[in-house]
Design a protein around this ligand. Structure first.
Ligand code: F0G
Length: 361
């Protein structure tokens, strides 16, 4: 049996690997592209919406695609240890793949701003976790400084192999749809993923695997929207901790994707994010973390009839368009955010009558 079934083995012709590259993989990728019938109805005009459910990767987020590449190349180069800054998911993926590669892993996290599930992952996979008294941008600056010392391979998306791995999500979407979608919607934080998706679509088009490329729509959280505002945000704040980033490393890559694809960047409020998260779970059966729901919130915002003006990217979308929303991480990583909200529950004694009575039957 072929033990390598992850994105490198599936797309090795499109990736900078050779026979000398040891493949460090957890069979990432091949995530479902789930049709969303209720969301499609909401969009209307015969458009079909699909959700790329990246929470079903081995560590529960899209980061695994980039990490298999970054870690395989680090192993090829003989690295003994890796380091990254993270809002949580990158650290979980780095820790898991480093365990697999038998390398040490150091992760720098903004103290108190990481969803518990992600912190648990970094710890259980055996990373050395350093909580920084600062935000993600501070942690990434430290990683750049420590990375320059040569003891560590940096596995943030400033490592170009991360982007290479992450572009495979676009390949999968085209392979499943048999074409590129007309619109692709993503949450944007450090901006590596939107850069990677665009690279993937461009390369697939250039190789004749698809004829067109989608408009790329990126959504940031309102309190952490440097790309939308056109300047770094010193104190980013959002309930979507994964995208609580004020100075994205792939700034130029994101702007290039938006410009070349004639796409659009916008922001959504924390309330819109949480509402979209609950809506997607309770209407489509897909539980994603808040940052991931920014793409759904963005789509919903674009549908608002009061926004039917020219700069609304959805206003000019042709009928029967195919729209793909990437939802980047699994909802279970941050169950606290749900349990903090006042969802109604019932209490009952251990008898049938009382259960039915409490339910109002
Ligand atoms: N969604 C989730 C769930 C994320 O974890 C991230 C980034 C993003 C979206 C944004 O992707 O940074 O490529 O624009 N998380 C990073 C981390 C920063 O450290 O886990 P991006």
């Amino acid at each position: 049996m072929n033990h390598d079934q992850g994105v490198i083995s599936r797309y090795r012709d499109h990736l900078p690997v050779s026979d000398a590259t040891p493949i460090i993989s957890l069979n990432e990728g091949s995530t479902p592209l789930v049709h969303a019938p209720t969301l499609s109805e909401k969009v209307g005009r015969g458009c079909q919406v699909y959700v790329k459910y990246e929470g079903l990767n081995p560590t529960g987020s899209f980061k695994d695609r980039g990490m298999t590449m970054a870690m395989s190349k680090a192993a090829e180069q003989g690295a003994k240890a890796v380091i990254c800054a993270s809002t949580g998911n990158t650290s979980a993926a780095a820790a898991a793949y480093a365990a697999r590669a038998r390398m040490d892993c150091v992760v720098l996290l903004p103290a108190g701003k990481i969803a518990k599930g992600k912190l648990a992952q970094a710890l259980v996979y055996g990373a050395k976790v350093v909580e920084i008294d600062g935000n993600f941008d501070d942690a990434l600056r430290l990683v750049r400084e420590i990375g320059a010392l040569d003891q560590f391979e940096v596995v943030n998306s400033i490592n170009p192999f991360r982007i290479e791995g992450q572009k495979t999500a676009s390949f999968e979407i085209v392979d499943v749809l048999g074409k590129a979608p007309e619109v692709h919607i993503l949450p944007v934080g450090n901006a590596g993923n939107i850069t990677a998706y665009w690279k993937g679509y461009c390369e697939y088009r250039d190789r004749g695997q698809c004829q067109s490329r989608p408009k790329m729509l990126g959504f940031q959280a309102e309190g952490a929207a440097p790309l939308v505002r056109g300047a770094p945000v010193e104190h980013p704040e959002t309930v979507a901790t994964a995208i609580r980033i004020g100075n994205p490393a792939s700034w130029d890559g994101a702007m290039n994707a938006i410009r070349e694809s004639e796409g659009h960047l916008d922001m959504v409020t924390d309330d819109e994010i949480l509402e979209a998260q609950r809506w997607l779970a309770s209407h489509e059966g897909l539980f994603v973390e808040p940052a991931s729901a920014a793409s759904i919130a963005g789509l919903m915002k674009s549908l608002d009839p009061s926004r039917r003006h020219a700069e609304n990217p959805m206003a000019s979308i042709a009928p029967e368009s195919t729209i793909v929303c990437t939802v980047t991480g699994h909802g279970l990583k941050d169950s606290d955010i749900i349990l903090k909200a006042a969802f109604p529950m019932f209490k009952a004694k251990t008898d049938k009558e009382d259960v039915l009575h409490q339910l109002g039957f």
